[in-house]
Ligand binder design. Structure first.
Ligand code: ATR
Length: 482
């Protein structure tokens, strides 16, 4: 089982101990980042292991390796030598560090050496070979923290990891592209994953907290048998989908995990998905169209909408589905009768298309309003409905089609909360207003509608409903709604 290792980055031993104690039961070990301590505290480091039962890593990280220690190397080595009098379980020594006396002392005291390598800029070529060559003896644990900047880089980390075999090792990708490597330590056979306290200074880019590892990802349950699912997008790290899917796995006791994968290249992601035997993944902006040519088969909904938000493995083939349309309509149907209703759809992008498709299936009469009129016209032609430009000149058309107003653009979404694409429209209070945005919970569009007494709906129910449908496709089991 991969361990959860909390990086301790307070300036005193006392504060570090407080953090450590607070996380009792949630972590398996800790790394004392001595480079974050004050100079007075640095000389007392050997006392620290006596204060806890947890295994500890001793680390004095230099600035060039991403740490804070900026004094002479001689001072660093002497401080480390003194610290090794404490009962640390591990000491972190960098690749290229020549300190035979330190190594000898660590070995004599049964302190295992982690031979570490950092690259904050890239994933170096032949990483596995480089790590193995950096070891001074076979019982050292090779560690690399590298910076993937693309899906191809991330795939390379998993490839290099395979080359390291099943020896003790620590291989981590930093930053948003590397996020999955922090969660999947148990799949990769990594000895541990590093994390930082909730809301604090993170010791390295991309550190998550023990709360996130335990409560969202159930990190300790992840092993080589765990079925991997996820979501691809760019950007994607803000998504709430992992909360929905992972909670479902947890309630049903399924050995599954659902992870956000920052993705710049969908073709590379399909290749990574094969490598990791990913069972299924959600697709969000901007990849809902790009994935279609890479599918083996697709549903009639994907064909009609021209966008795919769900990909999963079905009998060895990649199958594409669109659960947005159904996810969109279920909460609206629960709120109001739809047949023969006149609906205005604001926006003419991919999201609008799924909404229009679902509304027409319900027997609504739809008019599409868009800032760039040509896009509204083209979409309306494709879907056999009406269109108009978005703006005060279309006020009459909007009023005539306003039983339900559906807002599908990104205007009003965080960080553009101050925008309202319908700021020229006065609600009567009779309309149903539906914004598919869910951050913020209420956009300006919804706040205006609510003020006038309209029934309102945001996109969170849609997110959940489309997620429940994906959950069924990925696991074969209904989502545990209760
Ligand atoms: P998606 O696939 O998420 O729908 P998209 O295809 O980029 O994303 O479409 C975004 C939609 O939001 C478009 O209809 C866009 O209008 P334009 O076609 O004129 O670009 C609309 N949109 C984005 N920002 C907007 C704003 N500030 N005001 C009005 N419409 C906006």
């Amino acid at each position: 089982m991969a361990r959860i290792c909390l990086a301790l980055t307070e300036s005193t031993l006392e504060e570090n101990l407080k953090i450590l104690t607070g996380y009792s039961g949630q972590i398996d070990m800790a790394e004392l980042r001595c480079d974050f301590l004050t100079e007075e505290e640095m000389v007392r480091v050997s006392e620290f292991p006596g204060l806890t039962d947890l295994p500890l890593i001793l680390t004095f990280r230099k600035v060039c390796d991403g740490g804070k220690f900026n004094r002479d190397e001689e001072i660093r080595l002497s401080l480390m030598e003194k610290a090794l009098n404490g009962n640390f379980s591990f000491v972190d020594l960098e690749e290229g560090l020549h300190a035979p006396a330190l190594e000898k002392k660590a070995r004599e005291r049964g302190i295992r050496i982690i031979r570490s390598f950092h690259d904050f800029d890239k994933v170096p070529e032949n990483l596995a070979e480089r790590l193995i060559n950096s070891l001074h003896s076979s019982d050292e644990i090779p560690k690399a923290a590298v910076m993937p900047k693309s899906t191809a880089d991330l795939k390379r980390i998993f490839e290099e990891n395979e080359k390291l075999g099943d020896r003790d090792k620590i291989l981590l990708g930093m930053g948003t592209y590397g996020f999955s490597t922090r969660i999947l330590a148990g799949v990769m056979g990594s000895y541990l994953t590093f994390c930082s306290k909730e809301g604090g200074v993170t010791a390295a880019p991309g550190h998550v907290s023990p709360e996130v590892l335990n409560n969202i990802y159930r990190f300790r349950n992840i092993n080589s048998e765990t079925v991997i699912c996820g979501i691809i997008g760019h950007p994607v790290m803000h998504t709430r989908s992992p909360l929905i899917h992972n909670e479902g796995y947890s309630k049903l006791g399924l050995n599954y995990v659902y992870i956000p994968f920052e993705t710049d290249d969908v073709k590379e992601f399909f290749s990574l998905a094969e490598k990791l035997s990913i069972r299924g993944f959600s697709v969000t902006v901007p990849h809902k169209n790009d994935v279609i040519p890479l599918l083996d088969e697709m549903s009639s909904g994907v064909k009609a909408i021209g966008a795919c938000n769900t990909v999963w493995k079905k009998e060895g083939k990649w199958f594409g589905e669109n659960t947005d349309a159904e996810g969109f309509i279920i909460p609206l149907r629960a709120l109001t009768e739809l047949k023969n209703k006149r609906v205005s759809v604001i926006g003419a992008g991919g999201a609008a298309k799924a909404c229009v498709f679902a509304l027409l299936e319900e027997g609504c009469s739809v008019t599409i309003f868009n800032r760039t009129y040509e896009k509204a016209r083209l979409l309306a032609e494709q879907m056999s409905c009406s269109s108009a430009p978005l703006g005060p000149d279309s006020l009459e058309a909007l009023k005539e089609s306003s039983d339900i107003l559906v807002q599908t653009t990104s205007a009003g979404m965080h960080p553009m909360e101050d925008r309202n694409p319908l700021d020229f429209y006065d609600f009567t209070g009779e309309e149903t207003a539906y914004d598919i945005i869910y951050t913020p919970e209420k956009t300006l569009f919804l706040l205006e509608a609510e003020k006038k007494g309209c029934a309102i709906l945001n996109g969170y129910e849609m997110l959940k409903e489309q997620g429940y449908k994906q959950f069924k496709l990925f696991t074969g089991t209904e989502y545990p709604r209760a």
